[in-house]
Design a protein. Structure first.
Length: 118
């Protein structure tokens, strides 16, 4: 079974950029969808972005379109989430999740904390 490990979180200021990584150990199939979610303090987890492993097509939540970009490195079995112009409201634990549908995951990473100060 695939295992996921996120990295790259940290403390940044509003307007800054940050890149998260999610490394997958084990085989990713062409049907795999890699997702990013986030869970702000005291709130439910929400979808952020997704990438279809078969063709690299990406999908984004409306709130991050134009500021966040998801990409992959096939050789490293790793996906990235480039986050630009971060806002304090985006302070959250960011999770990587894999599955077969956009916005759904059955394998999760441990999460990485992103804190955006104002």
């Amino acid at each position: 079974q695939v295992q996921l490990v996120e990295s790259g979180g940290g403390l940044v200021q509003a307007g800054d950029s940050l890149r998260l990584s999610c490394a997958a150990s084990g085989r990713l199939y062409s049907s795999s969808v890699m997702n990013w979610f986030r869970q702000p303090p005291g709130r439910e987890r929400e979808f952020v972005a997704a990438l279809r492993w078969s063709n690299g097509r990406t999908y984004y939540a409306d709130s991050v379109k134009g500021r966040f970009s998801m990409s992959r490195d096939n050789a490293k079995n790793t996906v990235y989430l480039e986050m630009n112009n971060l806002e304090p409201e985006e302070t959250a634990v960011y999770f990587c999740g894999s599955g077969i549908n956009i916005g759904e995951a059955n394998v999760w990473g441990q999460g990485t904390q992103v804190t955006v100060s104002s």
